[in-house]
Design a protein. Structure first.
Lengths: 502, 141, 103
């Protein structure tokens, strides 16, 4: 008994290496900042090294399917896919931060900034594998508390403090709601383990109203993280106020972690995992129709996000609303509750990573030069910064979901998954929304290339650091390349759809 | 026997009686002899001369409170550990030592960053002239 | 000790506390009081967890309470630090005056 426990523990620890590396990176980066006070970037470099080591350990987790630490955390292909996405995002964010002027003004110390990114990555790693409600709560809080601080890191800029305050208040309330839901769910089922909850609901008669209430509260907490309407209120303000790099991190990595935990929570706790119905749709074990509820959230998110984005003038705020809309598209994939839907969400995230990070990096680089994120200040900028302009066009095409880009593949997979499971009304609303989104993406394009050409004719081009251009191309080339060769990522996602089930 | 609610009720009654007893006794014993000075508001010893009493506290108090808050919660974890310490032995001791060490590292970090240095406020030393002016204004009102 | 007080009373008390906390968050305008209300919400959750744990005889709920307390403290610390940063700029803790970004 004890021997078996020790063997399990050893295996768990050996599978915990990536997370442990991140935790060590966090601490070492902090201490290095104390020791080497002269160099501002030292903790950034240490974080990059830590991330590379984590990549190495992640490769060794390939094919594992195990519930570590008495099923607290699962190490499975599904978690691995999201861990790769999150780590890649954090890696790019640190690279982007080196070129962000707003972080470096006022002689600011950046040690905590870089180490908190590592800490936040650690929280997200725990979140994508969490199998226990305690673990979900702790991981969400690790991630959130780091992001509260990061959102207000440029604290002498008024907008950043305001964003941070709004974020922390909304965040604390939503995590309060979530944990109240968890406490009721614990009372109903007598356990915090998702598989045991599943087992209990399947074999016992649970009060359906209490179950609905508690799970809805938990969904509110997760919905806050993925900024789905009606839990989206913080998103535009925080995205506008936070440093651009952090906005990018929140919009990609923390959303990916939120989606991973949403899918795992629904699938591990409320799905009959022994059988599928004739059309490959997961069978819900309780009488509550979660499919319809998530579909409604999805429709609300994409419609509100796209419509409000139409009259935004600040580019960061526009991208915030567009990210709400993208959360809506991805929720469609969750709502259908088939393996195809989840695969589509994963591919969508892979595309979203490149296109969204790319768009935010262009905004960062241009904000360094023109000191503004207002769309009206982008007039004629496509001619003064040719490479950035072309890259931005690629990212915008991809965000809209037009053919020669990766975004098209993601959207196509989601829509085909929705159609396969006969959610035709949902697909129709999704397509209509994509058309609406074209309007505001074209608005950016028009400002960059069509308007204000004469004023900028004789001005010289902006100069950018060559490494910044390389990083930008590293984001732009995959956006096109993976449309032409989507095979590897699509196969990987399809193979990673299985989650650890008790 | 009393139920648990009975005990709560007993506490409530005792609380009410305790307060009421004091007030009633005082009302019976005390002499009733009011004058304007006695009826004026008691404001920390003396009447307000000028300015608002709602001054801003030194912002450093909040920073110290924040740091205290973090170490305060340590006790929550130490208490149950202390209760079962006898049964767990050295392993538990080492575990808790690691935990406390992590928190101490946090304290060291705060110290090295200079966040527990007491930022001395510049004291406001009123000159005699200011005081005289204030007094005059006060009496003029 | 609490055998004679049934579970429902604890749950109702917790629900009332939670409602008071959430109403406080929605109606109060002072950031510090908002954080106090959030603490009230979290403490009502703790009460729910502890009473369920003692009712079910499962200590997992009590362990959860420790984590909730630790997280609540760190959340409050970060929240207060952010309020401080804002206070240094605007000399106010009123959330209605924190409104440069709208729609």
């Amino acid at each position: 008994m004890i021997d078996q426990f020790i063997i399990e523990l050893q295996k768990s620890i050996s599978l915990f290496k990536p997370e442990a590396t991140l935790a060590v990176t966090f601490v070492v980066a902090l201490i290095a900042d104390l020791i080497f006070k002269k160099s501002k970037n030292i903790s950034g470099y240490i974080s990059l090294i830590g991330f590379i080591v984590t990549f190495y350990f992640l490769f060794w987790q390939k094919g594992q399917n195990y519930g570590t630490f008495t099923q607290m955390l699962s190490v499975d292909p599904f978690a691995l896919f999201f861990k790769f996405l999150i780590l890649l995002t954090s890696f790019f964010i640190i690279l982007m931060s080196f070129f962000s002027k707003e972080l470096y003004i006022n002689n600011r110390s950046l040690g905590e900034y870089f180490s908190l990114i590592a800490g936040m990555t650690f929280g997200m790693f725990l979140l994508v594998g969490a199998n226990n409600l305690i673990m979900i709560y702790l991981a969400i809080e690790t991630m959130s508390i780091s992001s509260y601080i990061l959102a207000g890191y440029t604290k002498e800029i008024h907008r950043a403090s305001e964003a941070s305050l709004k974020y922390v208040i909304f965040g604390a309330v939503s995590s309060g709601l979530m944990i109240y839901g968890i406490s009721i769910l614990f009372g109903l089922t007598g356990t915090l383990n998702l598989f045991e909850i599943n087992n209990f609901i399947a074999n016992n008669n649970v009060n359906i109203y209490a179950l609905f209430f508690s799970v809805f509260l938990i969904l509110a907490g997760i919905g806050y993280k993925i900024s789905a309407v009606p839990f989206h209120f913080w998103t535009p303000d925080v995205y506008e106020g936070a440093p651009i790099t952090i906005t990018a991190l929140l919009s990609v990595a923390s959303k990916a972690a939120g989606f991973a935990v949403l899918i795992r929570f629904v699938k591990a706790a409320f799905i009959d995992n022994t059988q599928l119905d004739s059309e490959g749709i997961w069978i819900l074990i309780s009488n509550i129709d979660w499919r319809f509820i998530i579909a409604v959230l999805s429709v609300l998110s994409m419609t509100l996000g796209n419509l409000v984005a139409l009259w935004q003038t600040n580019l960061k705020r526009l991208l915030a609303y567009s990210s709400i809309a993208h959360a809506g598209y991805m929720l469609m994939g969750v709502a259908v509750m088939t393996d195809a839907g989840v695969t589509a969400v994963m591919i969508y995230f892979a595309s979203y990573l490149f296109m969204n990070l790319g768009a935010f990096f262009v905004v960062t680089l241009l904000a360094n030069k023109i000191g503004s994120e207002d769309i009206d200040d982008y007039k004629g900028i496509g001619y003064r910064a040719p490479i950035l302009g072309v890259c931005m066009v690629v990212f915008l095409l991809s965000l809209t979901g037009l053919p020669p880009t990766f975004g098209f593949i993601g959207k196509w997979m989601v829509f085909s998954a929705v159609l396969e499971s006969n959610f035709i009304w949902l697909a129709v609303i999704g397509v209509l929304n994509s058309v609406v989104s074209l309007f505001y993406y074209v608005k950016i394009f028009r400002n960059m290339y069509v308007r204000g050409v004469e004023e900028n004719e004789n001005k010289e081009n902006y100069q950018f650091h060559p490494i910044a251009i390389i990083v930008l191309l590293l984001l732009a080339i995959p956006t096109i390349l993976f449309c032409l060769y989507p095979g590897p990522i699509a196969n990987w996602a399809a193979a990673s759809v299985g989650i650890f089930l008790g | 026997m009393l139920s648990d609610f009975g005990i709560v009720l007993l506490f409530l009654i005792t609380g009410f009686v305790f307060v009421a007893l004091g007030l009633i006794t005082a009302a019976i014993i005390r002499p009733h002899n009011p004058n304007p000075v006695k009826q004026s508001t008691y404001e920390c010893g003396e009447e307000l001369i000028s300015g608002s009493p709602w001054i801003k506290f030194n912002i450093r108090f909040y920073v110290v409170a924040l740091i205290f808050l973090l170490f305060d919660v340590e006790i929550v974890f130490l208490l149950p550990w202390a209760v079962v310490f006898q049964q767990l032995g050295w392993f538990a001791f080492i575990e808790m030592a690691v935990f406390v060490l992590i928190l101490l590292a946090g304290l060291a970090y705060v110290w090295a960053k200079g966040d527990i240095e007491w930022e001395k406020p510049k004291p406001y030393i009123p000159s005699l002239k200011d005081l005289v002016v204030e007094r005059k204004q006060h009496f003029a009102e | 000790m609490f055998q004679s007080v049934s579970l429902e009373y604890f749950l109702i008390l917790a629900a009332v506390l939670f409602s008071i906390g959430s109403i406080g968050v929605l109606t109060r305008r002072n950031a510090i009081i908002i954080f106090m209300s959030i603490e009230l919400m979290l403490n009502s959750v703790n009460l729910t967890l502890v009473s369920f744990a003692s009712f079910l005889g499962d200590s997992a709920g009590m362990i959860f309470v420790f984590f909730v307390m630790a997280v609540a403290a760190s959340e409050a610390a970060v929240g207060l630090a952010i309020v401080l940063a804002l206070f240094r700029q605007k000399q106010t803790v009123n959330v209605d005056e924190v409104n440069i970004m709208k729609w």
